[in-house]
Design a protein around this ligand. Structure first.
Ligand code: CU
Ligand code: CU
Length: 289
């Protein structure tokens, strides 16, 4: 049992230890498997086969397990380290200490999006991009999406999603017909001008590598998804009589049969059922502030 903290309240020593553990994992050649694994499970609605990480009810439990496995690797390097969360309703600006040189580093430069400062800047030698859907060997960002500016989601927008009592609905995908908390948070359905709803808009706002299937190339991925995980916790607390859906495997006549995972079916590649990770308190707690 350990505690995940708000990144804004980390001490400089805690920031340093998180960064060093991530760099160590990269040096050991064990970071990029998380990038490739995430890319491999980026199946979309329009593709055939099982969707497990995105555009599906397992969006929350799959990423919870993904973070747990990554965090276990970090904690083998440094047992004091946990994944901090980034509350983007509060830390909304490029001037936030999140983007300082001792932590995530800054924005990409305007010419090519290359991040030039901080521990993950290519020129500082520790952060080559080895696995990506794009060609660059350097980490890229475009904070605020300069070509079509967007803002991070607000407290009111998050509240609108948290107030939804139903976890997910048929057809269990990313279409507007799929109502419910999961699709609202995951966020494929808002207009392009908004950059999507909550989770997707944050990927868009950071820009660069964060916008694609290989988004874990940017270590801020983990801080964003730790907050997404905390949002699931808050929703569960708010709606104690609501449950993960679908509860049972979909029947053979359902168009989504074999394409989404119900509460008791194992999620690849982990082999863990969503129900095994419904309660995060078996693993960690959140310090909320
Ligand atoms: Cu993802
Ligand atoms: Cu994401």
């Amino acid at each position: 049992m350990y505690t995940r903290r708000n990144q804004r309240h980390l001490t400089s020593a805690q920031r340093e230890r998180f960064v060093q553990a991530v760099l160590q994992l990269k040096r050991q050649g064990r970071y990029d498997k998380y990038v490739s694994l995430h890319s491999r499970y980026f199946t979309a609605d329009g593709q055939s086969g099982l969707r497990v990480a995105h555009m599906a009810p397992t969006f929350f439990p799959w990423h919870r397990k993904f973070l747990l496995v990554f965090e276990r690797d970090l904690r083998l390097i440094d047992p004091t380290v946990t994944i901090p969360y980034w509350d983007w309703t509060a830390d909304r600006a490029e001037s936030s200490a999140l983007w300082d040189d001792d932590f995530m580093g800054g924005n990409g430069r305007s010419s090519d999006g290359q991040v030039m400062t901080g521990p993950f800047a290519y020129r500082n030698g520790d952060w080559p991009i080895n696995y990506s859907v794009t060609e660059e060997k350097y980490l890229t960002r475009g904070i605020g999406r300069p070509d079509r500016p967007i803002e991070l989601p607000t407290t009111a927008e998050l509240e609108g999603a948290l107030s939804m009592p139903v976890y997910d609905t048929a057809p269990w995908n990313s279409a507007p017909a799929t109502k419910g908390f999961r699709n609202r948070i995951e966020g494929w359905t808002a207009s392009e001008n908004l950059g999507g709803y909550l989770h997707n808009r944050v990927h868009q706002w950071v820009g660069g590598h964060m916008t694609g299937a290989s988004s874990p190339n940017d270590p801020v991925f983990w801080l964003h998804h730790a907050f997404i995980d905390l949002i699931w916790v808050r929703w569960q607390r708010r709606h104690p009589s609501s449950a993960y859906l679908p509860a049972k495997p979909l029947g053979g006549g359902d168009a989504q049969h074999g394409r989404v995972i119900s509460a008791g079916e194992p999620m690849p590649p982990f082999g863990v059922k969503p129900s095994a990770v419904f309660d995060h308190r078996a693993y960690y707690t959140y310090e909320e502030n």
